[in-house]
Design a protein around this ligand. Structure first.
Ligand SMILES: C[S@@+](CC[C@H](N)C(=O)[O-])C[C@H]1O[C@@H](n2cnc3c(N)ncnc32)[C@H](O)[C@@H]1O
Length: 390
């Protein structure tokens, strides 16, 4: 989560700017910086990538947010009332300690041993988070389209909490998420979306700006696993950053949401219905496509300054079939994510280097940086590679 590093004396003023604009993260705490002279103030996901002048000079750090203790203790006390102290102690660390917010929905992972308590978990979470409408149990990402199975376990209906026979009319998962000042339409039951990738997307934005500076012109961007387009939101919002764009995905539902998003971000009328990939405007190629086939198509081949590869469980295998998309007449960048066993990271770095054309002189060799645990042995990592013209 983004935190502003604020000198102790400026904390009150900064908090009032953030509160006024709704940019202070709800349910999270301001924490002390280890230097004792600053505090770390948590930014709401919707706070813009570029902050206003009065606070623009403050540095930003990316750290795990600290939950507001009052809300945290609220959840435990509601849960205790519902299931009793003995049950709480019996299941110890198995109780869900974290959750993900997607707009007014909360996504929770519940271990099988706690199946019988899922209604109580939903009720306690809804009681301690009054702005939440729907609690969804995360049953994992499934299939090639990486769609999460999310089952409703609790809803707030007319100020009542309902955990049994939740009416179909109240379980819609189609929402608008506000991230870095941009609105993103998504439906995590129909197309992959994770609000946890905001930091990743901001890092991609910084890289894109560096590439623009290096090339001295707007850059062309290719996102062949774009989902509903969250990685593109900050890029398209940055004036003069993106020239041409290719955005495609295998999932037609993702493309349907992407078209709505592009209409808003690009301020142009895109078609409402998803179609096979095609040129929709002179500078926009959008639609349903298998990424592995794109480089075979002369219209899409050798055209892109930035290639985003976000299919982390297959990235290393598929890189060779994507490289042909890069415009190698000038410097280009590949930005990717990969899921790798920690013990295999060195080998994966070698495989990435072998799959890519020669690196730009003076740039670092691509190397996976661990972002978080994916399972007990696997790590979710990201990398970037600066490719030399040839
Ligand atoms: C991990 S998700 C990333 C989505 C999006 N980039 C994001 O950050 O939210 C991977 C996406 O790749 C898509 N996908 C899977 N296999 C594909 C393929 N062969 N060609 C194109 N897209 C594919 C899935 O439908 C899914 O939307």
């Amino acid at each position: 989560m983004r935190h502003l590093i604020v000198p102790n004396l400026l904390v009150e003023d900064t908090l009032s700017v953030l509160k006024e604009n709704g940019w202070l993260a709800q349910g999270m705490r301001v924490v002390s910086h280890q230097d004792g002279e600053h505090r770390l103030v948590p930014l709401d996901m919707g706070a813009p990538a570029e902050l206003p002048e009065s606070i623009r000079d403050l540095e930003i750090t990316l750290i795990e947010g600290s939950a507001n203790e009052r809300i945290d203790s609220d959840w435990w006390s509601h849960l205790k009332k519902l299931v009793g102290k003995k049950e709480i102690e019996k299941h110890g660390d198995s109780w869900p300690s974290s959750h993900e917010f997607i707009s007014d929905m909360m996504v929770v992972r519940i271990e099988e041993s706690l199946d019988v308590h899922s209604a109580s978990i939903a009720e306690a979470k809804l009681t301690s988070h009054p702005h939440i409408r729907l609690i969804l149990r995360d049953e994992g990402v499934q299939g090639e389209l990486r769609i999460r199975k999310l089952s409703p376990i609790g809803a707030r209906i007319d100020n009542r909490i309902v955990t049994k026979s939740i009416p179909k009319t109240h379980v819609s998962t189609r929402v608008i998420v506000k991230e870095s000042g941009v609105r993103i339409a998504c439906d995590p039951n129909r197309a992959y979306f994770s609000s946890k990738l905001q930091t990743e997307r901001l890092e991609t934005l910084s890289l894109a700006k560096l590439l623009r500076k290096h090339l001295g012109r707007p850059i062309s961007v290719c996102d062949p696993f774009c989902g509903v387009g969250p990685a593109l939101a900050p890029l398209l919002s940055e004036k003069g950053l993106v020239s041409e764009l290719l955005a495609s995905d295998l999932n037609p539902d993702a493309i349907e949401l992407l078209l709505q998003n592009l209409s808003a971000w690009d301020r142009r009328e895109y078609p409402m219905e998803p179609t096979t990939i095609r040129r929709m405007f002179d500078d926009r190629i959008v639609g349903v496509a298998d990424a592995m086939d794109l480089a075979k198509h002369p219209e899409f081949r050798a055209k892109w300054d930035m290639l985003i590869v976000n299919l982390p469980h297959r990235t290393i295998d598929i890189l060779p079939s994507l490289v042909g998309l890069l415009d190698t007449s000038s410097t280009s960048i590949v930005r990717g994510r990969a899921i790798v066993a920690e013990s295999e990271i060195d080998a994966a770095n070698k495989a990435i280097c072998a799959a890519l054309p020669p690196r730009l002189e003076g740039s670092d060799e691509p190397s996976l940086s661990i972002k978080r645990d994916y399972s007990s042995s696997l790590r979710l990592c990201s990398f970037q590679a600066w490719i030399a013209p040839f």
